[in-house]
Structure formats: C-alpha cells, structure tokens
Design a protein around this ligand. Structure first.
Ligand SMILES: Nc1ncnc2c1ncn2[C@@H]1O[C@H](COP(=O)(O)OS(=O)(=O)O)[C@@H](OP(=O)(O)O)[C@H]1O
Length: 203
C-alpha cells in the first residue's frame, strides 16, 4: 500500500480478503488503524450469484443443486464448496475480531446498496469521517438495468451504470434447495446479527 499523506485516504478493494485466514494478521501488521468495509448480502442469494458468475465463465459446470449437497436425500450441505463457505459470515468475522475491534469494521448491506444507495453510502462516508458529499442527487434508477446508476460518472457528464457482469439474471433454483440453504444459514446469520449489532433482515 502506498504511504498516505495528511488529508488523504488510501483505499484498496479485494473481496476475497474477508474469507482469507491470513488477511487480518497481515493487514493489522501493516496498519492497526485500517478501517475495513465489507459488503454482505443474503448468503443464499450470494451463493447463487457466485454460481452464476462461475457458470458464465464455464457453462459445463454441474447444476447449483448438485454442488450444494454432499448428500441430497440426507439434506447434507457441502460446506467445503466456496459458494456456500463464503456466506458463513459469523465464522469469517470471528477471525477478523482476533485482530480488529468491531468499531473499525463497517458492514454494508448489499440489499440496501440497491434499494437505497445514497443511504448506505451515507453510512460509509460517516464511517470514514467524510462529509456526506454523495447523496440521493447522484443516483437514478435505471429501469433497463434494474439497478441504481450514477447520474454522472466521475470526470464525465454522462450517466454510468455498473457493467454487464454486475446484475446478471440468476438461474431458477428449486425452492426446496433454497429453503434448505436458508435453514442452514439461519443460525450463522443470527450469530452475525448479534456480533455486528445489526439485523440484516435475511430471515
Ligand atoms: N448499482 C448496481 N448495479 C449492478 N449491480 C449491483 C448494484 N448494486 C449492487 N449490485 C450487486 O452487485 C453484485 C455484484 O457484485 P460482486 O460482489 O460480484 O462484485 S465483486 O465481483 O465482488 O467485485 C451483483 O450481483 P448479481 O446480481 O448476482 O450479479 C448485484 O446484485
């Protein structure tokens, strides 16, 4: 990471850090004051989104349903599958709390980032100690994309939406499989709500 001067904020984004065992110790050794921001969404939708992304690169992979279970009849979930493993947020957070206090970690709701982007970015700006510069005025809802977009991209006067790889249509997953996954995640979600003091409303 480059050195940060007075009045500057240095940012780095790597989604896999949150689930990488060695990351908290390494980041803490670099700077104990680092502020951490994690976007989380319903782990079931997250798993389907993850699968959709892999499927788009490799259309020959097995179905979501067959990857989800170690034994479908027994309802045994394959927790070694990364798409499932990543959504056990409480477990990953435990690892971070060995090195960082909760006050240095902000969890952004992926759902609210879509339904109220300015509100969620307001929380981010507050957390970083910034003035609330980004507000409702900066967003519009793009009906074609089905997501909020920026009215003006940075350094441009044109609107800007995220690219085609964000907001893909998810495959239909058998409702029974979705239900099993919801049941699987419920206790971990509850623990996560307790740890963060925030109910993300996934249940
Ligand atoms: N404004 C806006 N436009 C488009 N997409 C949006 C937006 N806000 C949040 N999202 C959601 O972001 C999801 C993709 O983020 P990722 O987690 O895959 O990003 S990353 O690859 O980890 O950087 C992506 O997930 P999928 O819908 O499964 O593609 C979106 O639901």
């Amino acid at each position: 990471m480059p050195k940060t001067l007075e009045g500057q904020i240095t940012m780095e984004k790597t989604p896999s850090y949150f689930v990488t065992r060695e990351a908290p110790a390494r980041i803490s050794a670099m700077s104990r004051d680092t502020k951490l921001i994690v976007v989380v969404r319903d782990p079931v939708t997250r798993a389907i989104s993850d699968y959709t992304q892999t499927l788009s690169k490799n259309p020959d992979i097995p179905t979501f349903e067959s990857l989800t279970f170690r034994n479908r009849t027994m309802g045994l979930i394959d927790t070694s599958w990364s798409a499932i493993q990543i959504g056990i947020y409480a477990k990953h957070l435990d690892n971070w709390l060995q090195y960082f206090p909760m006050g240095q970690i902000l969890f952004v709701s992926g759902e609210r980032l879509i339904s109220d982007p300015a509100g969620e970015l307001g929380r981010v700006q507050d957390f970083l100690g910034l003035k609330r510069i980004i507000t409702d005025k900066h967003f519009y809802f793009n009906q074609t994309k089905g997501f909020p977009c920026l009215k003006k991209a940075e350094g441009s006067s044109k609107p800007h939406c995220l690219g085609k790889t964000k907001g893909r249509t998810h495959p239909n997953i058998h409702p029974e499989v979705v239900q099993r996954l919801q049941d699987f995640y419920r206790p971990f979600n509850m623990k996560f709500y307790q740890m963060t003091g925030h109910n993300f409303g996934w249940d």
